[in-house]
Write a new protein. Structure first.
Length: 577
């Protein structure tokens, strides 16, 4: 019996139906995939929106959107030809002035922009070095400069110079060739760990400065979150008063940074805002002990509790506090808990080149455990040049600086640091008392928060009466420079001037207070006269104008251009204008 066959027309019909079914199934699958992609996009967008609103609040979100609109409108306005031409002309004037201020000019200025055809004699090099050292500059030796030079005395400087000479060619990258440098570096880390009450498994490294220490702490936290939790969109929560190095870490390592407020009157980090920003992408919390702008120590205890609750790393930036904060109690001052005795603290940065009086180029980064430190290591085990392992950003490092640091710590000792803490913090308290209690300072200046270490910031107080003037704090800064060569620091948000007291300043605090009284008194009388006579206020001093421009522009592109010009000038051997 032969097999039956379907008619051709029926076979064609069935094939067409099967093709149509497959096409419809494919279309359904594409529609399903499209819907899934849309839902995933919607989910991610909704989650990001929720996190943003949760972190910044509804009002903060609206204000942020409003600022974004203003920036866009401002950029569009700047793109207009007539506006752009005017802005470019004014920018050139400011940039030229920056160049004139930074790069020496005149017929007597000799520039060296190429190698000499024959090497100079030692005597000629020494003469030129002496000439360079004698260039006009602020008088930090007389205590006229805020921070900047954390000098431990001439005797210590001579000892550091001897250490440099002994280890000029040393490089810690080769511990087998320079075992003495390896020993000193390890001992520096051990000594600083003991100061901050590290547990038995505590570990650390030395770095070139506070910025590198902060960068490494943030990098290690990012790597830890990626390897342990698979975090690919890392975020960190940073007080607005924390050091700018955290902004650099965010840029370098692609970490989203949430800046949280530090409101008056305490000026400490606002803990509800920190809590509001924590999510599954958070890799690290930050606190300062103290911060640079105002010298305020954040509530590290509260941050520690939050870090433990969410199993997050907590980094304490003690670069500025360095060898003062650990000795506050022994020097007779009250101290807030801030170090490894708080269980949530996982890393601490401490600059030995500040109040440790070590040579510039020395800092430390401490970890609660060796396992945490290992996240910052760089390992290239299959490199054709051999196995390469580096603990931090640098490869080769100057062993001479490590020797200078070790010599400083061993020379000063605990008793020396306690004495320095007593003198420096005591002088800061004297300055604070004068601003709070003595006229005319108490009527026209106001201390920011309650600083407990070596930095004091003050703002212009709002006048008590309607006819009383309010000073421009930046003009106070410039007037102090004009009167006594005082090189104080300008900060913003709020507009303030701060003084970082160093050992050289300790002996000059009384003069600083007297000059400040004279300057404030004269400015008050001048303002009263201007108001009585109905005269308009002038443009103000250079610092006042600079910060006034920075505040007035919703879009900071122009201000950034000035900052870029400043950095460019650092590397100009001769003027270009």
């Amino acid at each position: 019996m032969g097999s039956s066959r379907l008619p051709v027309s029926l076979r064609d019909t069935l094939a067409a139906q099967r093709s149509t079914s497959r096409r419809r199934l494919l279309e359904l699958n594409i529609d399903l995939l499209r819907n899934l992609v849309f839902l995933l996009f919607l989910f991610r967008w909704s989650r990001k929106t929720y996190r943003h609103v949760r972190g910044y609040g509804l009002l903060g979100t609206v204000l942020g959107f409003s600022l974004s609109v203003k920036k866009t409108a401002y950029r569009l306005l700047q793109s207009a030809p007539f506006v752009r031409a005017k802005v470019q002309r004014e920018k050139r004037v400011v940039i030229r002035q920056l160049e004139l201020d930074m790069i020496p000019t005149g017929r007597d200025v000799v520039r060296h922009t190429a190698l000499p055809s024959e090497g100079w004699s030692e005597e000629r090099v020494r003469e030129e070095l002496k000439s360079l050292a004698g260039m006009v500059r602020p008088r930090w030796e007389e205590g006229r400069v805020s921070g900047t030079v954390y000098h431990g005395g001439e005797q210590l400087s001579r000892l550091q110079t001897e250490a440099f000479g002994t280890f000029t060619v040393a490089n810690p990258l080769h511990p087998d060739v320079f075992p003495g440098v390896r020993k000193m570096e390890a001992e520096i880390v051990a000594m600083v760990l003991s100061l901050f009450n590290a547990p038995a498994d505590g570990a650390g490294i030395t770095t070139s400065g506070g910025t590198e220490s902060i960068l490494m702490a943030c990098f290690a936290a990012r790597q830890k979150a990626y390897k342990e939790r698979g975090v690919t969109e890392p975020e960190m929560i940073v007080p607005i008063t924390a050091h700018a190095a955290f902004h650099k870490a965010a840029d370098y390592f692609n970490i989203k940074m949430h800046l949280v407020p530090c409101p008056a009157p305490s000026y400490k980090v606002h803990m509800p805002s920190v809590y509001a920003h924590i999510n599954s992408n958070t890799v690290i919390l930050i606190g300062s002990a103290p911060n640079y702008p105002h010298g305020i120590i954040d509530d590290i205890s509260a941050l520690s509790r939050l870090a433990l609750r969410y199993s997050l790393p907590l980094h304490v930036d003690c670069c500025l506090g360095s060898f003062l904060v650990p000795f506050l109690e022994k020097a007779g001052f009250d101290a807030d808990p801030f170090d490894f005795r708080l269980k949530g603290v996982t890393s601490i940065s401490c600059d030995t080149h500040k109040y440790g009086f070590a040579p510039k180029g020395n800092s430390t980064l401490l970890y609660r455990s060796k396992a945490l430190r290992a996240y910052q290591y760089s390992l290239s085990i299959d490199w054709t040049g051999g196995m390469y392992a580096s603990p931090s950003i640098a490869g080769s490092r100057p062993g001479a600086l490590i020797a200078g640091c070790w010599a400083s710590l061993m020379s000063i000792g605990e008793s020396g640091y306690v004495d320095a803490c007593h003198r420096i913090v005591g002088a800061t308290r004297d300055l604070e008392r004068a601003v709070r209690e003595e006229e005319p300072l108490r009527s026209y200046l106001q201390v920011v928060g309650h600083p407990k270490v070596s930095v004091l910031a003050f703002i212009a107080k709002k006048p008590a009466g309607k006819d009383e003037p309010q000073l421009n704090i930046y003009e106070v800064k410039d007037a102090m420079k004009a009167r006594g060569g005082w090189d104080l620091n300008a900060t913003q948000d709020p507009a303030a001037v701060h003084v970082a007291v160093t050992l050289p300043i300790v002996g000059a605090v009384e003069t600083l207070v007297e000059d400040l009284k004279v300057v404030v008194g004269a400015m008050v009388e001048e303002e009263r006269t201007r108001i009585r006579e109905g005269r308009k206020k002038g443009k103000g001093t250079s610092t006042a104008q600079l910060y006034g421009v920075a505040v007035s522009f919703p879009d900071k592109t122009i201000v950034k251009d000035f900052a870029v010009a400043f950095l460019d000038n650092l590397y100009k051997a001769k003027p270009e204008f």
